[in-house]
Every structure is written in C-alpha cells, then in structure tokens.
Design a protein around this ligand. Structure first.
Ligand code: ATP
Ligand code: MG
Length: 487
C-alpha cells in the first residue's frame, strides 16, 4: 500500500517536480525503502509484543525470588538500551548510504539501456565495464558495512553481560553464605535471568530494524507528501470553447531548477481561433516552454492565459486538457500494442475509430505491414518503429482525440521527402479549422501559417506573414537564411 501511495503521488505530480527527480533513485526508494519499512511494521512490532511480554513475565519471577539480585540484573537493561541506541543511529546512517548507492546503480542501469548503441559506436565498453564494477562494488561495500556495524556491536553486549553475570554470582555467594538467600531461590532466579537474556537481545536487534525503518520513512514520506502547485480546479467552471481564440498576456517564466535563467519575458501573443499560427526562433529561445504553458504543464511565474476570454488558471483543468492535443518534438510511446498506443488518446474509442485515425494519419499502411498488424508490440518507447512511423502514430492519437486546439512541436530531424510529404498531408488534414500553434522548422509549414511570431531569447520580437517578415524583420531574415533554406 505504501508503494501504491508512492506511485499515485508520482502520477499526479507536476511535471516540474518530476523533471527534477531521477528515475533510478525513485526506483530504489520504491523497492529498497519500502522493504525496510515493511520490516519495521511486521517483524519489529511482532517482536516488541512477544519479547516484551516474555521479559515482563520473567522480571516478575526474578523479583519474586530476590529483589536485591533483581535490581543488579536490571542494570543490564539501561546498558543494553544505550548500546542499542548508538547502534541504531549508526545503522540508520549506513542504510541511508546503502540506499543512495542502490539508487546510483539503478540510475546507471537505465543509462546503460538507453545508451547501449552509443557505447558501441564510441567503443566505450571497457570504460563502462569498469564503471559498472564501481557502482556494484560501492553498493556491496555499503551493504557489508551494515553487517560490520551489526557484528561490532555484539562483543560489547557479550562483555557487558559477562561482567554482570560474574558480579551476580559473586554477590549471590555472599547472600547465600549470610543465609539471606536459599539455594533453591537462587537457582530459580538464575534460570529466569538466563531466559530473560534472549528477549533483551532480540529487543536490541529490533531497535536496529526500527532505526532502519524510520530512516527509510524519512526518505519516502517527503515523496508522498510533495505538494503540487498546479491546481486542478475540480470545482471550477468547465472550459467552453466557441471561437477557439487564445490570448497570452504578459507571460513570464523561470524554471525553478535554474533560477538564474529567465526563459520567457513578458510575452503577449494572440492565436486566432481556427487558424494556424507559427512560432519560429533559434534553438533554446523558449518556444517549447511557451507551448507547455497552454495545457498548464508548467505554470507561468506571472501573467495570464485566456481561451475565449476564460482565464485557464480558473477553469477545470480536466476540461482544459480535454480540448488540447499535442504532437510533440519527440514522440513518446508506451511499450504496448500499436492499437493501445493510439487508443491512449481516447480509451472509449472502438476499433473502427482507431483504424480511421490511423488512416487519416497515413499510419494504416505501415501498421498493416507489421508482423501482427494493430496487435504488434512496439517495444520500449517504440524501438521497433522508424522515426517517421512514430511521428505518424502520434498524429493518429491527435486525430482520435479530435480536440479543438492542436499544439504542434515540429520534429527537427528531417525525414525522406516521401515520408515528409505524408506527414505534412496528415497534419494539414488534422489542423483544418482548428486553432493550431506550431513550432515550425519547415518552410512549408511556415508558408501555410496564417501568422508567424518570431521568438528570440524568450521575447516576441516580430510578427506577421512570411513575406512581410522577410522584408521587415532582420532576425527573421537571418533565421530564414540560416535554417529554413536548408530544407
Ligand atoms: N526542464 C527544464 N528545466 C530547466 N531549464 C530548461 C528546461 N527545459 C528547457 N530549459 C531551458 O529553457 C530554455 C528554453 O528551452 P526550450 O526548450 O523552450 O527551447 P526551444 O525554443 O524549444 O528550443 P528548440 O528549438 O531547440 O526545441 C533553454 O535555455 C533551456 O536550457
Ligand atoms: Mg523545443
């Protein structure tokens, strides 16, 4: 249930929170830490209950036999507690270190999977081998340290009990000689004390499990309790789109992870309903960031966005996102069938709708050539598909969703002219009469647009049609000459 809680909070977390998290560490939190906490809850509590009761019973017997001797024996308990405390503290520290190393190893493994081709091309196999050894050894070392801390504590306990037993026997001898203690009482006492030794020892160990469990909880709870900033406005009014006009009013934005770099400066733009507007500008100028403001993936630091005069920060978030489709720069797919990947855009769609969307996006032909057609598994993030095929699947999703607003972040990678043409055709069909905002890299897209905004360093520097801009905007002309002429 802890794992479910973690996953739930992860799924609803703001993109900005997820951006700053490492998948490897997160996996380690989910496995390693949850295991520690489970141990705390099951073993530790059971043992406190069982051994605690046994100990109380035995103490009772001891006092009944001879209270003086019992008092001496009880000195052992605070001593044991102190040792347990010190041990627990150290244990908490080393388990945290072990958890970090386990996170590093996961992180590295994910990198290996993702970059295996790069490793081969740059022939860095040996480098990676020695790196992998280091990651594994670091983790081993920390795990071994847990054992060391554990073992080291044992002799201290043994010595303490040894001294205690010796002094008890010595003192008992004196009591027996002076006639204060009968032999049979002494043996009953001794038996009870010997029996009490085991529960005390177990309880000391439990303290270690408790410390490890609490250290793990300290790492996990902040993850579960992370507060999202993006308010889903469940009670808010539903967005009502009539013309599909979008207005951005003085939008400023800075990524929290990089407060020095203000990405968007006072941007004010208007996107006319049912028309296509292009954003152009150099790499890193802030185009994708700006696009992400519209479905509220990121929140502007200041400024407002209106859809047909409705402030999107006030409307119901689900109703807002329901009206928007994104065809991203990098198509992202799930390791599932082709069918389910398209269906993701509208879970209640039936097979005819899906095939229709595939046809409109010109995906149908390549899908039918796959080994199992629509039921083909496409591999992690679509490794079994080509770049152009992935793009067409992502367009198919947008057709299926059939929303009134289309956000298009054109892929920078150029495809062969035949595929390019297919994608262009599919996009033209998709965007007809929809409010379309496209981050354009292709000249054909730009020529198709009803209006163009030129973005430079997070500011709107010019706007207009291609021909006007070519004559009036130095930045656009420069951009056109450098980038667009190439294709
Ligand atoms: N998640 C992020 N966290 C921190 N900084 C980011 C993040 N994403 C982008 N940036 C920074 O914001 C700036 C704008 O990036 P953005 O992705 O919006 O550029 P772009 O105009 O879309 O570029 P491109 O044409 O290459 O896609 C860049 O300086 C980038 O380094
Ligand atoms: Mg971009």
């Amino acid at each position: 249930m802890l794992q479910t809680d973690m996953l739930k909070s992860f799924i609803k977390a703001d993109t900005e929170i997820i951006d700053n998290k490492h998948s490897g560490n997160y996996i380690s939190n989910l496995n390693f830490d949850v295991q520690q906490i489970t141990r705390l809850l099951s073993e530790a509590y059971l043992s406190i209950f069982k051994d605690g009761l046994t100990l109380i019973g035995l103490l009772f017997v001891m006092f009944f036999q001879n209270w003086k001797l019992s008092l001496i024996a009880i000195i052992m308990i605070p001593l044991a507690t102190i040792t347990a405390k010190i041990l627990g503290k150290r244990m908490g520290k080393v388990t945290t270190q072990a958890q970090e190393k386990s996170g590093d190893l996961n992180r590295y493994l994910i990198d290996l999977f993702k970059n295996h081709k790069i490793i081969k091309i740059f022939q860095r196999e040996n480098f990676e081998k020695s790196r992998s050894e280091k990651f594994v050894n670091d983790l081993k070392e920390k795990s071994a340290k847990i054992a060391t801390v554990y073992i080291r504590s044992a002799p201290i306990m043994e010595i303490l009990t040894g001294i205690l037993i010796a002094s008890l026997i010595f003192y008992s001898g004196k009591l027996i000689i002076s006639g204060e203690l009968a032999i049979n009482n002494f043996f009953s006492f001794l038996a009870a004390m010997m029996l009490a030794y085991q529960p005390v020892k177990t309880l000391t160990k439990v303290n270690v499990a408790i410390s490890q469990g609490f250290a793990a909880a300290e790492r996990i709870l902040p993850i579960i309790d992370t507060q999202n900033e993006i308010n889903s406005n469940e009670q808010g009014d539903k967005l009502n789109i009539i013309d599909g006009n979008i207005v951005l009013d003085k939008i400023n934005f800075t990524y929290k992870s990089n407060p020095e770099n203000k990405v968007l400066h006072d941007m004010s733009l208007k996107f006319v309903g049912g028309k296509m507007t292009a954003l152009v500008g150099h790499s890193g100028s802030g185009k994708s960031t700006l696009l992400n403001m519209i479905p509220r993936i990121y929140l502007p630091t200041s400024g407002n966005i209106y859809f047909d005069n409705q402030d999107i920060s006030k409307v119901n978030l689900a109703s807002l996102r329901n009206q928007i489709s994104i065809v991203d720069q990098n198509t992202t797919l799930f390791d599932d069938t082709v069918l389910n990947n398209i269906k993701y855009a509208r879970p209640d769609a039936d097979k005819e709708d899906i095939i229709e969307a595939a046809k409109l996006s010109m995906s149908d032909e390549f899908i039918n050539n796959l080994e199992n057609g629509y039921e083909t598994m496409i591999g992690e993030n679509g490794v079994k598909l080509s770049g152009g095929e992935k793009q067409r699947l992502s367009i198919a999703r947008a057709f299926l969703k059939n929303s009134k607003i289309i956000l298009l972040d054109e892929a920078t990678s150029s495809l062969d002219s035949e595929t390019e043409e297919k994608i262009q055709k599919a996009l033209n069909k998709l965007t007809t009469n929809k409010t379309t905002i496209v981050i354009a890299h292709r000249l054909s897209t730009i020529l198709n647009s009803d209006n163009i905004y030129v973005v430079d360093n997070g500011k709107i520097v010019d706007s207009g049609k291609h021909d006007d801009l070519l004559n009036n905007s130095k930045i656009y002309k420069n951009f056109y000459q450098r980038q667009l002429k190439q294709n």
